[in-house]
Design a protein around this ligand. Sequence first.
Ligand SMILES: NC(=O)c1ccc[n+]([C@@H]2O[C@H](COP(=O)([O-])OP(=O)(O)OC[C@H]3O[C@@H](n4cnc5c(N)ncnc54)[C@H](OP(=O)(O)O)[C@@H]3O)[C@@H](O)[C@H]2O)c1
Length: 246
Amino acid sequence: MSDVLVTGGTGNLGRVVCDKLRESGHEVRVLSRRPQPGQSVRGDLRTGEGIPAAVEGIRTVFHLATAPRGDVEATSRLIAAIGPGDTHLVFTSVVGVDQIPLAYYTAKAECERLIETSGLPFTIQRATQFHSLLLRGFHLQRRIPVPMVFAPNCDFQPIDVHDVADRLVEHVDAGPRERVPDIGGPEVRSARSLAQSYLTVSGRHRRVVGVALPGRIYSAFHAGAHLTPDHAHAGLTFEDFLAERF
Ligand SMILES: NC(=O)c1ccc[n+]([C@@H]2O[C@H](COP(=O)([O-])OP(=O)(O)OC[C@H]3O[C@@H](n4cnc5c(N)ncnc54)[C@H](OP(=O)(O)O)[C@@H]3O)[C@@H](O)[C@H]2O)c1
């Protein structure tokens, strides 16, 4: 019998969370639209298919599933399927979602509100951007036909998914604590210096070019609404993460 359901358990963060939950003795059920044999179940939060069966008998739900669109409806469907009771819902959000008017973040903030008003016992953990997200942003530019990498003129505080997963797993035994302190990466760094590290470690010869963008979204990033220097976690740095990949 599983005691923890992980939506998004096949994702970047979710895979690590599932491993750590199992290492700490939990029986884990993974929700996926494409389940693998074993401990995963088929379900789609966009349509609701398979969700009631997935939550059956579960004591803690980690809600890590996400998509560029539809997260509010997905979260609403999950809450309805769990129903009233004492199932602990643990949600992963992003630092600054209530201050940065990016559509994805606005939806995450709305998901937080749904959970806070659901009547369920809950824990909301906000985290800063993952190392893998920054890497993807730089790596995607490797085919642009000029020897440059563009980086916004703002800072980031990237964190490793292993460090976020460690914190999330603690929430199972700690029980519902509503909105808990944010977790951020060990260093606040300019996007340009992170891009330079990527170029150095990957052996690419390009120039880092800082870009300033117009608009309220960029202004919020520039003001550091996505940073949490007071909650810097002494974990893996961006360079530690890159060293494992190149
Ligand atoms: N990436 C970041 O920098 C960052 C920073 C802070 C917080 N977070 C938060 O951390 C969480 C995990 O992010 P991640 O980057 O690890 O995610 P990810 O790698 O993009 O994985 C997305 C997951 O969502 C699942 N999913 C998508 N649509 C679904 C649907 N309709 N029904 C069921 N499952 C669905 C996918 O499962 P299948 O494909 O197997 O169905 C997959 O496991 C999210 O809440 C995200 O907002 C991310």
